[in-house]
Design a protein around this ligand. Structure first.
Ligand code: GKE
Length: 338
């Protein structure tokens, strides 16, 4: 039995990974998150679940005891609305990854996975729309997203030096805006795909004809569906490649183009109220997957349209049923009543 620990298991990507491992009877699964168990997006009886703060070194030592493999997704993060307004809080996540690396050495863990982010990339390479896809080397010279991006880049380098100096096997990927069902869609931490699905669902439900859009809608991104993210995560983790890899999509779209796809899914058109004072992040970003495809053999399967169809449907079900809606939205989402 391999003992696997998922840190941040109460969150979006961690929860989906746990839902994969829980089905494997050759894995003893341990899950940890700072959130109380009732607020975990997904939790499973078959795993050992701990609600604890990994910024406390003693907790990291305790929860990694006897563990073979560690996946660290635990960090204070969200979409642009969150990371632009909580830079110090996002940087404190460096304590989590540092504690876990130290504990992994003490507890002789075999391999360590760190979830980095496209926010590490040099901002000067992202100041136009429809930019050239970012290659792994584009993180240097370093000029990452303020706060969150610096923490992710620093923690990437800690992983590298813990491998070089202490022989700990580490695997690092840079996620490019992961979206899908069973994730945050309101309350301030949500990212654009879920936010815009929610806005169009509510507009349709309340027969409103206009939605708020942050920025001018021309900014571009690529968005990776959660199932592709999990497959890429496992492919990198199981490889023998000690390096950093993009796990993202090369399907670069403007926010306006994404809204058009969601309108088609909803069969409901809306006007856009562009809010130029809202958090916008970089002007353009997309992934270049040539390195991960060559070295790992991974590339995404889902198109944005396919992923948004599943995401839209799930959010619509949550809103119309109102079940557990607080779990996915810490904010004051208006109660949707039939
Ligand atoms: N969240 C959100 N909500 N974004 C909106 C909205 C809205 O209602 N309307 C338009 N946008 C625009 C934002 O202004 C931004 O330009 C773009 O969509 C994407 O915003 P986002 O999904 O919140 O986050 P970013 O891609 O800018 O940055 C995220 O990148 C991830 C890695 O790719 C970060 O917030 C992290 O979640 C992560 O590093």
């Amino acid at each position: 039995m391999a003992k696997i620990l998922i840190c941040g298991a109460g969150g979006f990507i961690g929860g989906h990974l746990a839902s994969k491992f829980i089905l494997d009877d050759k894995i003893k699964l341990i899950c940890a998150d700072i959130k109380p168990l009732e607020n975990w997006f997904q939790n499973f009886e078959g795993s050992s679940n701990y609600s604890l703060d990994l910024k406390d070194y003693d907790n990291a030592l305790k929860v990694t005891q006897g563990v073979d493999y560690i996946f660290n997704f635990a960090c204070n993060m969200g979409g642009m609305g969150f990371i632009e307004n909580n830079k110090a809080e996002c940087m404190l996540s460096v304590l989590v990854n540092t504690n876990l690396l130290r504990a992994a050495i003490i507890n002789k863990c075999k391999k360590f996975f760190f979830s980095s982010s496209a926010c590490v990339y040099n901002s000067l390479k992202q100041n136009e729309t429809f930019v050239k896809g970012l290659r792994e080397e584009d993180a240097y010279p370093a000029d990452p997203e303020d706060g969150y991006g610096w923490e992710k880049l620093f923690s990437e380098r800690m992983c590298r030096h813990f491998s070089e100096d202490f022989g700990l096997e580490t695997r690092v990927v840079r996620y490019h805006n992961i979206y899908g069902p069973i994730g945050t869609f309101d309350g301030g931490r949500e990212k654009a795909p879920a936010a815009l699905c929610r806005k169009i669902i509510l507009a349709k439900k309340n027969k409103e004809k206009i939605i708020d859009v942050w920025g001018d809608g021309e900014q571009t991104r690529s968005f990776l569906y959660i199932d592709d993210c999990i497959k890429g995560t496992l492919d990198v983790f199981e490889s023998n490649k000690q390096d950093v890899f993009n796990i993202g999509s090369e399907e670069q779209v403007s926010i306006n183009e994404m809204i058009q796809i969601i309108e088609e899914i909803a069969d409901y058109k809306v006007k856009k109220n562009y809010q130029l004072d809202k958090p916008k992040g970089v002007r353009g970003r997309s992934s270049d997957n040539s390195y991960v495809e060559k070295k790992i053999g991974w590339k995404p399967d889902f198109t944005l349209r396919e992923g948004l169809e599943k995401t839209y449907l799930w959010i619509e079900q949550q809103i119309h049923s109102g079940s557990n809606i607080e779990k996915f939205c810490k904010g004051n989402i208006e109660k949707i009543t039939e």
